[in-house]
Design a protein around this ligand. Sequence first.
Ligand SMILES: Cc1cc2nc3c(=O)[nH]c(=O)nc-3n(C[C@H](O)[C@H](O)[C@H](O)COP(=O)(O)OP(=O)(O)OC[C@H]3O[C@@H](n4cnc5c(N)ncnc54)[C@H](O)[C@@H]3O)c2cc1C
Length: 326
Amino acid sequence: MANILVFAHQQGDFLTPGGKEALAFGSRVASSIGGEVRAVLLGTTSEQSAKEAIACGASIAYNVQNPLLAEYNVELYVNCLYDVFQQTNADMMVVSFDRMGKDLVGRLAARLHVSAITEVVDFKTNDEKLTWIRPIYGEKAFGEYETTRLKAVVGIRQKSQDITEFTENHIGEIIPFEYTVSKEEIVTKLVVKIQAALSDIRLEDARIIVSGGRGLGGPEGFSELQTLANLLGGTVGASRAACDAGWVPSNLQVGQTGAVVAPDLYIAVGISGASQHLAGITSAKTVVAINTDAEAPIFKRANIGLVADYMTVIPALTEKLKKVLV
Ligand SMILES: Cc1cc2nc3c(=O)[nH]c(=O)nc-3n(C[C@H](O)[C@H](O)[C@H](O)COP(=O)(O)OP(=O)(O)OC[C@H]3O[C@@H](n4cnc5c(N)ncnc54)[C@H](O)[C@@H]3O)c2cc1C
């Protein structure tokens, strides 16, 4: 019977959507190949998130209570997850491939000497082989990758799993897990924390995103997008070109190498719509594009398109909305 260990990442007392997705995926694999899901929670002081992990399908939730783990540190997290994996004889580790997962998956797989499979959205089983499915070529195709043995660290693509079907009635056990480390042993130290985001709403959780690209011509344009986003109760995103230019912090980047988002409304302003950008917005419900170039690829993805200069459209739209909403 396979022992599938899931890193159930929590924020405060609750699991993150990514942590729940990883549990949902682990549960699907477990019921398909015959196995059980165990969750590992790092740095928790309350049992609330461990109970949630059990409601999400875990038969055991290992609660690693160490105050040094309260703050994310890649070195500590890899060491601790490695210990839990080895000591619980796990066969496979499932991790959400969110920002933290992108940091962890490769390092953990290297430590464990197992395969790392990233951006996984689905799987198939046949003849004791597992086939992992992940988008390739900027979502234009899906690749299938076989592993002949279970041992692997699997990174689940964000927003790819259904997390609506959990039941509070699932029964499981919370087991405290001892992980000891002294401050002196930690090589990587957090020196300073810099508040980078323009908004408190995480891109991955936002219902409305107003995103800007190189077409804004500079950082000033982003203040206008911020005003519009605030009015709509949303947040600001950006293309890689705008982030690379230093106009906004890189944590606002949407796309293949940035955040994968699934808002109800995505307003792309001065963004051409390169495949790498579109890879981050495949799950956006309604896309509005504002671009001066009628041939820009973003219009193929957009539900509503305006061939116009953003400098005329955004202030007019903001004024109109102020009258209606404020
Ligand atoms: C491996 C790899 C990974 C990548 N990952 C990402 C990623 O995660 N996210 C990402 O975004 N990119 C990514 N890129 C970069 C991507 O290929 C594009 O270069 C980038 O998305 C372009 O950004 P942009 O649309 O802002 O700029 P541009 O392509 O330069 O487009 C600017 C647009 O603004 C329009 N415009 C100009 N003036 C105005 C105006 N006044 N009003 C309205 N519109 C105007 C122009 O017509 C144009 O369409 C990646 C590239 C590689 C190679």
